[in-house]
Ligand binder design. Structure first.
Ligand code: THG
Length: 266
């Protein structure tokens, strides 16, 4: 499972304040904590700062990369912001995200075409948010085919079928699960990813729903996630579910996680 740590996001109050105060130590601590707890990428999102987003994103990426070798996941709906940040990123970044929305697609394609980066392909089009598994699969198919044709290797593509709150429609969990299954079956070699906390929006005990949803999605083949790596139960669930799904030869990752103390809950 490719883990993208979600905590450096200006929609979180503490992060918003740290950014405004240019509290570099606080941002760097959040980056190090996520790395120490298993993040493969550090998501960077300053989306709440309209007009100042690019400047803050540059500051965040530079600050984070001063203290960790973990690459960043550049999280912005604005292709101009992504383009502005990329030249200062060291290593192989993840771009979050391209979609089938025409303006966004046309602006980001030249950035990702032939570039050494991973890219999240969000299942969204100018027709709006997908509802069903078929909506998601049809957007995913078009995106994957176009990207591959334009020199983005299949193994660099992480399709995000888009998680929507189960509190607004009881079919949303199932439609998402079936989309993961269909995408992973139809396009062997492609990856899937999601920010899964949306599933629990509006309900109590959100962590319980997020953790359970993760296990169900791993069962369908999900192999990337934008999550809070400091949630120990979530990380333990991921290790257990991947082993049980047959993605851990000789249970060796499970045993390593056990020896590293990652499976025991206090
Ligand atoms: N797909 C992709 N990128 C994404 C998302 C996605 N980036 C942003 C988001 N969704 C994932 N990142 C976060 C970051 C922080 C939080 C949730 C998702 C978070 N949530 C608090 C919670 O759930 O308890 C509440 C925050 C608040 O409301 O104050 O911290 O889907 N490609």
């Amino acid at each position: 499972m490719l883990v993208v740590g979600e905590l450096i996001n200006s929609s979180r109050k503490a992060v918003k304040e740290a950014i405004q105060a240019e509290n570099i130590a606080e941002i760097q601590k959040i980056a190090k904590d996520q790395r120490d707890n298993g993040a493969d990428y550090i998501d960077i999102n300053a989306g709440t700062f309209v007009g100042k987003e690019a400047g803050y994103m540059k500051w965040l990426v530079t600050s984070v990369q001063e203290v960790v070798d973990t690459p960043c996941c550049i999280d912005s709906p604005d292709p101009k912001v992504i383009e502005a940040v990329l030249p200062l990123h060291k290593g192989v970044p993840m771009i979050n995200s391209i979609s089938l929305e025409k303006e966004r697609y046309d602006a980001l394609l030249p950035v990702v075409s032939g570039a050494d980066c991973k890219v999240i392909a969000l299942c969204m089009s100018d027709a709006g948010m997908p509802e069903t598994k078929d909506d998601r699969l049809s957007i995913a198919s078009e995106l994957i085919n176009k990207l591959v044709k334009n020199n983005v290797p299949l193994e660099n593509i992480y399709v995000d079928p888009l998680v929507q709150p189960i509190s607004t429609n009881d079919a949303y969990g199932r439609e998402f699960m079936n989309a993961i299954d269909a995408i992973m079956t139809e396009f062997p070699g492609v990856h899937t990813i999601c920010g899964l906390s949306n599933i629990s929006y509006g309900l109590p005990e959100r962590k319980l729903l997020n953790q359970t949803f993760m296990v169900m999605a791993i069962c369908k083949g999900l192999d990337g996630a934008i999550i809070n790596p400091l949630d120990r139960q979530m990380m333990a669930n991921i290790h257990a579910a991947e082993t049980l799904a047959g993605r851990d030869e000789y249970c060796s990752n499970y045993l390593t996680a056990y020896r590293d103390g990652k499976l025991a809950m206090e």
